[in-house]
Design a protein around this ligand. Structure first.
Ligand code: SF4
Length: 391
């Protein structure tokens, strides 16, 4: 039998320089069975005191979230870190692109640490800078590049954000995608096209449901096909070129599950994230960012029923926090974000104890040129009119 030597990235060994993350787990982790993990994390945190600031993304496990000084979505957390310039170590319990964003926004003396470097994001990995540069060249050859404005979702590598900064584009979050797209479509006159990276679903849902473009005006750029799999005519007619990327968690939710649940649960409200597929969003009652989802459930009346299409850790936490409401997960199967879940208590303890002992581990550092270019695109987002930049 022939065996193929594949890089087993989920095991956290080796490296993948072409993806948004390098993967390496130096040192020995404490065993997950260690009954003292909570006490060890507390002790290390106490020892580091004000030098440490721990960020916890909403999709993290409870065992990790309990040690977060602040929780939130990726951009909010990066800004929270920037607002704590005296904190020497920013431990980001999230994924790689989030830690990069925190490094970009924090001061040069602040060190951003990701407890497990294998915690990448499959969506961010679907748009690699070499692929995007190739697509950009192909758009030039097709004669449309000069009217294309690149817009990238926050969930992308620093290199992609920098690409947008260099090429007149902007970063957006799931809260301000509509405003960012509106801005982008004004940049090159009435023929403007947008290249939306890397989440086709957020791009499509925003362009069609918020801005009124038709599905026919959206085309999908497949980076694994020559010229994205598109003809020059298709490119010429398109208004929005969607990168063929998606979230492996939100992409799982299916429209037929909504039908099944509605048949079983009277007066069900379906609340989903805009990273879900277009058909799912069309069948839902409400769509919005994780902050919107949290706020909606907080404000919902007691006794109301909700099926929620976002990451399971958050749905579970909302269910526990609101026992007076009937909250369910919008999927037949249990499905966490596997890369988010790489940040577990052993990794957190390992990182905190190393920092407390004076060993800087798993630092995420964006090179100065990439940082400067990415900041241009982030600043354009901050300058957008109206809506907030929260995720
Ligand atoms: S939930 Fe989706 S977008 Fe968020 S980190 Fe996981 S794979 Fe990436």
């Amino acid at each position: 039998m022939t065996t193929v030597d594949l890089p087993l990235l989920p095991l956290g060994r080796g490296s993948d320089p072409l993806s948004e993350r390098g993967v390496e787990c130096p040192g020995d982790l404490p065993p997950a069975s260690d009954p003292d993990l909570v006490a060890r994390a507390r002790a290390a945190k106490e020892k580091l005191g004000e030098r440490l600031f721990v960020l916890g993304h909403h999709y993290q496990r409870d065992e990790v979230i309990q040690f977060a000084d602040v929780t939130g979505d990726s951009f909010k957390l990066a800004r929270d870190a920037a607002a704590r310039p005296d904190a020497e170590f920013i431990v980001f319990c999230g994924v790689h692109f989030m830690a990069e964003s925190a490094d970009i926004l924090t001061g040069p003396d602040q060190k951003v640490v990701l407890p497990d470097l294998a915690a990448g994001c499959s969506m961010a990995d679907m748009a690699r800078i070499a692929q995007v540069e190739r697509a950009w060249d192909a758009l030039a050859e097709a004669g449309v590049q000069d009217v294309v404005v690149p817009v990238t979702y926050m969930n992308s590598s620093a290199a992609i954000k920098a690409f947008c900064g260099r090429n007149g584009g902007v970063v957006c979050t799931s809260s301000n995608a509509e405003v960012a797209l509106d801005w982008a479509f004004e940049q090159k006159g009435e023929d403007t096209k947008v290249l939306f990276l890397p989440d086709q679903h957020l791009g499509r849902n925003t362009a069609v449901l918020k801005l009124g473009y038709s599905l026919d005006e959206c085309v999908v750029w497949n980076p694994h096909k020559p010229n994205g799999g598109l003809t020059p005519e298709e490119l010429a007619q398109a208004r929005i070129i969607l990168w063929k990327g998606h979230c492996s968690v939100h992409g799982r939710f299916a429209a037929d599950v909504i039908d099944e649940l509605r048949a079983k649960v009277p007066d069900l409200n379906v609340l989903v994230h805009p990273e879900c597929q277009h058909e799912v969003v069309l069948k839902s009652d409400l769509v919005g960012s994780t902050e919107f989802i949290i706020k909606t459930i907080e404000e919902a009346p007691a006794g109301s029923s909700w099926a929620i299409g976002t990451e399971l850790n958050l749905v579970q936490r909302l269910k526990n926090a609101h026992p007076d409401k009937n909250i369910m997960f919008l999927d037949r199967n249990v499905c966490y974000c596997s890369t988010m879940n790489r940040i577990d208590l052993p990794h957190l303890v390992w990182a905190l104890e190393n920092l407390a002992e004076g060993n800087l581990v798993n630092q995420i550092e964006v090179d100065p040129q990439t940082e400067a270019d990415a900041l241009v695109a982030l600043q354009r987002m901050l300058d957008l009119p109206g809506k907030t930049h929260r995720d």
